[in-house]
Design a protein around this ligand. Structure first.
Ligand SMILES: Nc1nc2c(ncn2[C@@H]2O[C@H](COP(=O)(O)OP(=O)(O)OP(=O)(O)O)[C@@H](O)[C@H]2O)c(=O)[nH]1
Ligand SMILES: C[C@H](OP(=O)(O)O)C(=O)O
Length: 221
């Protein structure tokens, strides 16, 4: 199975512009990408990048400047092999979560994002094509049905959490260190697992803040 990670290399994460400068969005997107690539690799598979522009990354890179849907569909059209499409902003992804996705049988296996998106999928049916943005989860269910593919849906908090907006940064601060906390509670001698996106947010001065109704983030300038 190929594991393809689409990556907007130029001006990424524009919906985080109210929290991060342009350079910071690039640096944070790179940190999330590194976490995703490491988690994929820990499942025993080699990820490949499908990027809008050349990018220095620890994986082979194909540059395709077409919009996301077109670029991904070109990959699906060029191979009959199973292809996993894994987004680069899944900052909480773990090898276990990706393993559940990759190992699940089905012509099309979908890990929906909160809000109706498609954060990761596996396409085994040769005629299945993607249509991202909007409620792409529902669109992908319909597209799979149209080509007669059996669909499986992966119910995973870690794969459902893509980091798009300021409020999503709180998810990284809440859950991004939980494996390390568990590891240090049970196996004190083992090195602390590090998640680059969590480290980046912390070193940029972000921390959790809550009032009586909701949890968010604040930043020490
Ligand atoms: N190859 C490719 N990847 C893309 C493109 N647009 C987004 N991506 C990637 O697709 C995934 C989902 O991206 P989005 O959250 O929808 O878009 P984004 O550009 O990261 O962020 P926004 O600017 O806030 O919409 C991420 O891995 C992006 O890096 C594109 O046009 N081409
Ligand atoms: C790629 C797109 O991501 P979103 O714009 O929902 O973050 C989708 O999941 O269809």
């Amino acid at each position: 199975m190929r594991v393809v990670v689409p990556y907007a290399a130029t001006d990424p994460k524009t919906r985080l512009a109210d929290a991060l400068s342009a350079d910071e969005r690039t640096a944070f997107a790179e940190a999330m990408l590194a976490d995703v690539l490491a988690a994929v690799r820990a499942t025993g598979r080699e990820p490949e990048l499908l990027a809008t522009a050349p990018v220095a990354a620890d994986a082979p890179v194909t540059v395709d400047d077409r919009p996301l849907t077109e670029a991904v569909n070109a990959v699906l059209a060029e191979t009959d092999e199973a292809v996993a499409i894994v987004m680069a902003d899944l900052a909480l992804a773990t090898p276990d979560a990706f393993g559940q996705l990759f190992e699940r049988d089905g012509g099309v296996v979908i890990a929906p994002g909160r809000g109706g998106g498609t954060n990761a999928l596996v396409a085994r049916h040769p005629e299945f094509r993607v249509d991202y943005h909007g409620t792409s989860f529902l669109d992908h269910l319909a597209a799979a049905q149209e080509v007669g593919a059996a669909v499986e849906v992966v119910d995973s908090h870690r794969l459902a959490t893509d980091v798009d907006e300021r409020a999503d940064l709180a998810e990284v601060l809440i859950h991004g260190g939980s494996e390390a906390r568990r590891a240090s509670a049970t196996r004190a001698a083992e090195p602390r697992a590090t998640r680059k996106s969590l480290e980046w947010l912390q070193s940029a001065g972000f921390s959790l803040a809550s009032d009586e109704s909701r949890v968010g983030v604040v930043r020490d300038e």
